[in-house]
Ligand binder design. Sequence first.
Ligand SMILES: Nc1ncnc2c1ncn2[C@@H]1O[C@H](COP(=O)(O)OP(=O)(O)OP(=O)(O)O)[C@@H](O)[C@H]1O
Ligand code: SF4
Ligand SMILES: [Mg+2]
Length: 341
Amino acid sequence: MSAVQTSTLLSVHDLRVHFPTARARETVKAVDGVSFDVCEGETFGIIGESGSGKSTLGRVMVMLTQPTGGTLRLDGQDPARLSGAALRALRRDFQVVFQDPNAALDPRMRIGDSVREPLDIQGTLPRAERRERVLQALDHAGLGPEFAERYPHEISGGQKQRVNIARVLTLQPRMIVCDEVVAALDVSIQADILNLFADLQQRFGLTYVFITHDLGVVSHISDRIAVMYLGRFMELADAATLERGALHPYTQALLSAEPSPMPGQGRANRIVLQGEVPSPIAPPSGCRFRTRCRYAQARCAEQEPAWRELAQGHWVACHFAAREGMQVPANTGCPAAEATA
Ligand SMILES: Nc1ncnc2c1ncn2[C@@H]1O[C@H](COP(=O)(O)OP(=O)(O)OP(=O)(O)O)[C@@H](O)[C@H]1O
Ligand code: SF4
Ligand SMILES: [Mg+2]
């Protein structure tokens, strides 16, 4: 998507979300020390396997989950220090659309009433103006005024997702977290919804955080992409750089698993990740990717890799990543976790 990058709209530093478990002293480290900024007007993609902490991080950005550590700044403000009208204004500005198109729709409510609900909760606009805002939002989401009278069971999955987008648009937000927003839709509908997001961004200067496990989705629409693994970022770069020259072994494995552009042909040199993602209750020592990394060395178990900017705007957390490629010391046995498909 096009982006006019201006000021920082969202900033997180060493952000952590640790959930308590039934066992005392154990926590699920869903997000475990993540730092980044999102610029106004850009699309910031976050990819990673299931359970890597993407949704938890997204929920923090829209104040649905409280961080347990680190700092969060939304438009320069710490939401934990706000209350009353200032907090309500911030909540209006930072919105989310989820994967399940049914999640925010009450089957007994007409579409128009569902779309108006966030405005009713805000309670700041007169009724006639709210109705006008609903019809406008439906129109922006590509739905005619007749949809206001329908019920969820009378419309398709793609139309329901448009309704969810309209609901959010009524509040005229500045940023929308899009959490797997096309994952539940037919492939034929996905492109329509992604195009709608692109149009809305052009029109209203929206900022997006696009969360997905599908690199194919995120690579087309994102200006920058962060790769998340077990609660931390492994790599962050602009989308083109990441696709052309990923430097982290985890990103390289994810990219190599993408379907080939040529039908019927697999990617050459596919890197198959061995084993499961370890538990976020007890992530591996040192580099948390080491149990699945084909380059892992003794140092990787002992020392956590620093989050380094290897080229301008290209951040990597790996001891041996370099601009020229991996620079692994010679003659140090490393577990082979690679297979060629
Ligand atoms: N409220 C909660 N209480 C305890 N653990 C949680 C809670 N929410 C998430 N988790 C755990 O935190 C980890 C990260 O979950 P999260 O949903 O953020 O991952 P994700 O990357 O969005 O995964 P997916 O791709 O499957 O949506 C998982 O281990 C999950 O089980
Ligand atoms: S630090 Fe070690 S284990 Fe981690 S990605 Fe780099 S080589 Fe692999
Ligand atoms: Mg998720």
